[in-house]
Design a protein around this ligand. Structure first.
Ligand code: NIG
Ligand code: FE
Length: 405
């Protein structure tokens, strides 16, 4: 006799935040074969709808699995010393110009083997998962040679095989100018365009290409060359833009149909308009704002006015955001940027997924992959309101309960 299929599971009496809003009443949710197969108000539910389904949970708040759409999770070493320097008044840019900052992580990452990088990055990934992440974007950008950038991307892909999580990878070859190219930035950009992007595309190692468009990064003209190469290889485009100054990097990225422009503290109205027209998502990174003790706020009101979707991400990295706690980002997005809790949660679900070009993720709707979190709270806003680990009761990935407390 065949055993009863356990691929059909039911959650009863859950408060649902569907990625955009909280539903009005408690719901019954059916998951079958890795997908959300049914969603009914609990009081309308009829047992015949879900014959043979096992009850997997009751009560609590169900959200889409969190989407952390901007991280630099793979690196070696740490930069605690620079943190202390900054507290003494040295700026992030001064440290970078003196050969520290990103380049300090580049030295450590180049020296590390693939296995060492996996071992260093796994605890950070596990911290994200324990806080409800089911999809994470991971950038390269601490290798800055073809071999070391590919090494980072391979590590990112391996992390996705070692844990039940979707990993989206982004080539960030244009993160900083490596010392061996000092005074030859255009030649380095050629290396990114002519060798790194083709290698990443050929090996299927990158889903997107990112740049650091900044005085201490790359000029808009250099970023444009990189976007052209990315497009020629069918890779999506993203940007670190308007983080420390306004170079028009977000508008440039939008002109190339970028999925997202990220940071954007110095974004102006023309940039917001360009993003709205292109459907480019604004990725807010309150962790970096907080750690750098930035005072210039991203133009939240303009983004609302132009209806630019706002994502929220951890930016987990050794320099500007050594923080692997996504729900803290929801809190900081509210306290520092004045997002509403609903906006912050949408930023870490539906809009985070949109920033990765994954419109199928970050939503609770029939037909979507069943990446879900069940939380021991009473209303979704609590995730942004309280900063508290350990509220995750279940993490459901692809229809399977992969963590249960
Ligand atoms: O998102 N701005 C550039 N890149 C990272 C920081 C990387 C680092 O400092 O290591 C960011 O803030
Ligand atoms: Fe970043």
């Amino acid at each position: 006799m065949p055993t009863q299929s356990t691929s059909k599971q039911l959650w009863r009496e859950v408060q649902v935040f569907d990625g955009l809003a909280q539903l009005d009443e408690p719901m019954t949710l059916l998951v079958e074969d890795g997908r959300i197969a049914g969603l009914w108000p609990a009081r309308e539910f009829n047992e015949a709808y879900a014959e043979g389904a096992a009850c997997a949970g009751r009560g609590g708040v169900m959200t889409p699995g969190l989407v952390d759409c901007h991280t630099h999770l793979v690196y070696a070493g740490n930069r605690a010393g620079e943190f202390e320097q900054r507290l003494e008044g040295v700026s992030y840019e001064e440290i970078a110009r003196a050969g520290g900052g990103i380049l300090s992580s580049v030295r450590a990452t180049r020296a590390a083997s693939e296995d060492e990088l996996v071992a260093a990055s796994l605890p950070r990934l596990d911290a994200l998962l324990a806080d409800g992440v089911t999809t994470v974007e991971i950038k390269s950008g601490y290798g800055l040679t073809v071999a070391d950038e590919m090494k980072m991307l391979r590590v990112a892909r391996r992390l996705g095989q070692l844990r039940p999580v979707r990993v989206i990878t982004t080539l960030l070859g244009a993160h900083a100018l490596p010392p061996e190219y000092a005074g030859r930035a255009d030649d380095y950009v050629s290396l990114v365009c002519d060798e790194m992007i083709p290698a990443a595309a050929a090996e299927g190692l990158a889903d997107a290409v990112d740049v650091f468009c900044e005085g201490i990064g790359f000029s808009p003209a250099q970023c444009e060359r990189i976007y052209q190469a990315a497009q020629a290889h069918g890779l999506a485009i993203k940007a670190h833009a308007e983080q420390l100054s306004n170079l028009g990097g977000s508008a440039l990225a939008a002109r190339y149909g970028a999925l997202s422009a990220d940071h954007i503290e110095y974004l102006d109205e023309a940039g917001v308009r360009a993003m709205a027209e292109a459907g480019t998502v604004a990725v807010l990174l309150p962790g970096a704002f907080h750690v750098l003790r930035e005072t210039r706020l991203p133009p939240i009101e303009l983004l609302r006015q132009y209806q630019v979707p706002m994502a929220v991400a951890s930016d987990a990295n050794p320099g500007t955001s050594p923080i692997c706690l996504p729900t803290l980002m929801a809190n900081l997005a509210c306290t520092l940027f004045r997002l509403t809790p609903r906006e912050a949660l949408s930023g870490m679900t539906a809009h985070g997924a949109r920033a990765l070009g994954r419109l199928d993720l970050g939503r609770i709707e029939v037909g979507a992959p069943a990446d879900l979190c069940l939380w021991d709270i009473q209303q979704p806003a609590e995730l942004a309101y309280a900063v508290q680990a350990g509220r995750l009761r279940q993490r459901i990935f692809n229809g399977e309960v992969v963590y249960a407390r």
